[in-house]
Design a protein around this ligand. Structure first.
Ligand code: ZN
Length: 315
């Protein structure tokens, strides 16, 4: 059924890390276990065309008709993307894109939220303390970060293996190695800040620095971007254009359709049981196919399709 649905849309899937026993609170877990991930990938490969994000963006830029496909994206830049994700996806010949927060790549530091989860998982922070620190990291400007994290300074200890497997980040050598194997990279800002609340100056700095570091290390242009926490403002869009990004992914739920706003492309999550995972993608494509059929029959624009493009495609 998945193969037969004639939707002209792309499901961009949002992942973070893949590892077993991630020490993250259950209700906010953003890592997938290896077994679940492998089953998801094999199921997708059987059912759909898996496209690279760059190809989909190129089609959007050229105003071409989208082919029904699935795109795989991974936010933050975890080392488990190299150790666990890459071997499986390379063996299955499935393209994927990793969005890195370049400050972590450069310094070997971890994402601020993961510093919190690590301490919480080892009983060094109480649940309420972890929840409060998490809220502050997500909602306050990055200039407040040293002060927020100063609460952790006294809690130094060596991370366990499962903490390391879960939270360690890629370094530049690893990024280059993955790129040589065909993995696509994009910016996820430099410091993983919430772009919706930062000043224009700070936003432009984040966009420029991460782009510069990626381009210097990869040796080619980088113009893909994903918003940390999925957060953006109108200013962020302007700043992305000014710093020459061609596409930005949010974490809003939905499919990428013809004429979609390239600076706010929606994605689908993955934190579901297997039947929910495949069912959700199927449901989204079926809904879009119905919209396409409706606009084909009645010559009306389906959602997100500007009138000019609709005429071109259906007129
Ligand atoms: Zn992120």
């Amino acid at each position: 059924m998945a193969r037969l649905i004639p939707a002209r849309a792309v499901a961009v899937l949002l992942y973070h890390g893949v590892c077993d026993r991630a020490p993250i609170p259950k209700h906010i877990n953003f890592h997938v276990s290896q077994n679940v991930f492998e089953r998801q990938m094999r199921a997708l490969k059987r059912r759909y065309r898996i496209a690279s994000l760059a190809d989909v963006v190129a089609s959007l830029v050229r105003g071409e008709r989208l082919q029904k496909s699935v795109v795989l994206t991974f936010d933050d830049g975890y080392r488990n993307n190299l150790l666990v994700v890459a071997p499986l996806l390379n063996a299955l010949r499935l393209p994927f894109t990793v969005f890195v927060a370049t400050a972590c790549v450069e310094t070997g530091r971890w994402m601020p939220l993961n510093e919190i989860y690590w301490r919480w998982s080892e009983g060094m922070l109480r649940e309420e303390e972890m929840t409060e620190l998490r809220r502050q990291i997500r909602e306050r400007p990055s200039s407040d970060l040293p002060q927020i994290l100063s609460a952790l300074r006294d809690l130094s200890s060596k991370p366990s293996k499962s903490v390391e497997d879960s939270f360690a980040m890629l370094n530049w050598g690893e990024v280059r190695q993955m790129a040589r194997d065909g993995v696509e990279f994009g910016s996820h800002t430099h410091s993983h800040c919430n772009m919706a609340i930062e000043s224009d100056e700070k936003q432009i700095d984040e966009l420029r620095v991460s782009k510069y570091l990626l381009e210097k290390n990869l040796g080619h242009q980088v113009n893909l971007f994903a918003y940390p926490y999925g957060k953006l403002s109108e200013a962020t869009r302007r700043n992305l254009l000014q710093t020459r990004y061609t596409c930005a992914l949010s974490s809003e739920n939905g499919l990428v359709t013809q004429g979609a706003d390239r600076l706010r492309l929606p994605r689908l999550g993955n934190d579901r049981t297997m039947w929910m995972f495949t069912g959700e993608i199927l449901f989204q494509f079926a809904k879009q196919a119905a919209r396409d059929a409706w606009s084909g029959l009645f010559g009306r624009a389906s959602e997100n399709v500007p009138a000019t493009e609709t005429e071109e495609h259906h007129g």
